[in-house]
Design a protein around this ligand. Structure first.
Ligand code: FAS
Ligand code: PHB
Length: 389
């Protein structure tokens, strides 16, 4: 089989890239290790920056998002008894859209299938070959038979545990990592959200986040130990921990219910440079990971896809290689700003095991400055709604 762009991974990065390239007449094949149902069963991001919203609209897959998504004009940061309302429009001319990553991925699959996009599920043993030559090809197995896909370029959209990043020689890669000494225990419940905006809460016993998917589907998180296991957390224990971490006025209004999904995500900051090696490009979690505190994971994958799709469209349109050659530097410039904001939000709002009294005072001073200073709030708003592409 031959294609112009082989895309490894059928998550949001791979699907959005495939859709944007298809609309410009560029042929792609998406190779996905799991089934579609498995991919759609993963509960992840919930907040879309305007950049991703606009890409969904440009990709022609925004109808349901624009109907069911919820526009948010601000968010709440609470620290102990203090609550700081960040009203985005006081600082930037932008909002965010609350619409689950699961729905983004579902909309992309629906569009790809409606346009007869070539997506191969349940692939095994994907290998990227000769990426450092002018004739790369991908080999894989599906239904027990070995396959070869010749292509012009390979987009590694296969997430943190994929094969693409490992295809770049270790001596070429520079990896940067910070692992946080805690995780997030998240639940999904068919209950009305506790507040009409997200609440990022920091308390003496740890962090909590009140988020949502729609008027009757809420997403909540509490900071948990790295050694914690989901089975150790009953729903009652989760709701109790959440109530004790969020402001009393919200805790009193919290409507609880059975969890329909419960999972623990570790928190790490990670970047692998470069994001291009020969004719292989890395996109999204294949190249970088952020702690979800700043809602930047999916959104930074989206900016990678923007830069890469524009570069490939430019090349196939007129042979201009500038975008392709400049992809890694351009993507990384924005990636590192998302890493910084996610690290800052995580450092500000979590209780670190063994945190020194001095570090605790620094956290309190940072919150006090945020509360009192409009410029500090503007910086948070600019980063939260999404820095320009
Ligand atoms: P993905 O990991 O989503 O997709 C990669 C795809 O490649 C997967 O479908 C995988 O099956 C496939 N694949 C892997 N190896 C392969 C191989 N060898 N061959 C073929 N296919 C292969 N971000 C937020 O903004 N907010 C959040 O709350 C949030 N929560 C998260 C919770 C968890 C547990 C995780 C892991 C991530 C979370 N993220 C969150 C980040 C997440 O949303 C990612 O940024 C987003 O999924 C990135 O999309 P992709 O780059 O497409 O990678
Ligand atoms: C979510 O709704 O899952 C969510 C929202 C904002 C975050 C992280 C997760 O920062």
């Amino acid at each position: 089989m031959k294609t112009q762009v082989a895309i490894i991974g059928g998550g949001p990065s791979g699907l959005l890239l495939s859709q944007l390239l298809h609309l410009q007449g560029i042929d792609t094949v998406v190779l996905e290790r799991k089934t579609k149902d498995y991919v759609l069963g993963r509960i992840r991001a919930g907040v879309l920056e305007i950049g991703l919203v606009n890409q969904m609209r440009a990709a022609g897959v925004a109808e349901r998002m624009d109907k069911e998504g919820i526009i948010h004009h601000g968010t709440v940061i609470s620290y102990g008894d203090d609550q700081i309302g960040i009203n985005f429009s006081d600082h930037v001319d932008a909002t965010v859209m609350v619409y689950g990553q699961t729905e983004v991925t579902r909309d992309l699959y629906t569009a790809r299938e409606a346009m007869n996009g070539k997506i191969v599920f349940d692939v095994e043993g994907v290998q990227i070959n000769d990426a450092d030559t002018d004739a790369p090809y991908v080999t894989y197995t599906v239904d027990g038979s070995e396959q070869r896909l010749d292509c012009d370029y390979v987009a590694g959209c296969d997430g943190f545990h994929g094969v693409s990043r490992q295809t770049i020689p270790a001596e070429t890669r520079r990896e940067f990592e910070k692992v946080y000494p805690f995780g997030w225990l998240g639940i999904l419940s068919k209950t009305p959200p506790v507040h009409d905006e997200l609440i990022y809460a920091s308390s003496d016993i740890g962090f909590a986040l009140c988020s949502m998917r729609n008027a009757n589907l809420s997403r909540y998180y509490v900071q948990c130990d790295l050694s914690d296991k989901v089975e150790n957390w009953s729903d009652a224990a989760f709701w109790d921990a959440l109530k004790r971490r969020i402001p009393e006025e919200h805790a009193d209004n919290l409507i609880t219910g059975p969890s329909i999904e419960k999972s623990i995500a570790p928190l790490r900051s990670f970047v692998s440079e470069p994001m291009k090696w020969g004719r292989l490009f890395l996109c999204g979690d294949a190249a970088h990971i952020v702690p979800p505190t700043g809602a930047k994971g999916l959104n930074t994958a989206a900016s990678d896809v923007h830069y890469l799709s524009q570069a490939l469209i430019q090349f196939y349109d007129n042979g201009d290689q500038a975008g392709i050659d400049g992809y890694s530097a351009k993507a990384l410039a924005r990636v590192w700003k998302a890493e910084r904001f996610s690290w800052w939000m995580t450092s500000l709002l979590h209780r670190f095991p063994g945190q020194s009294d001095f570090d605790f005072k620094m956290q309190q001073a940072e919150v006090a400055f945020l509360k009192d200073n409009a410029n500090a709030q503007a910086v948070l708003a600019q980063n939260y709604v999404g820095l320009p592409y």
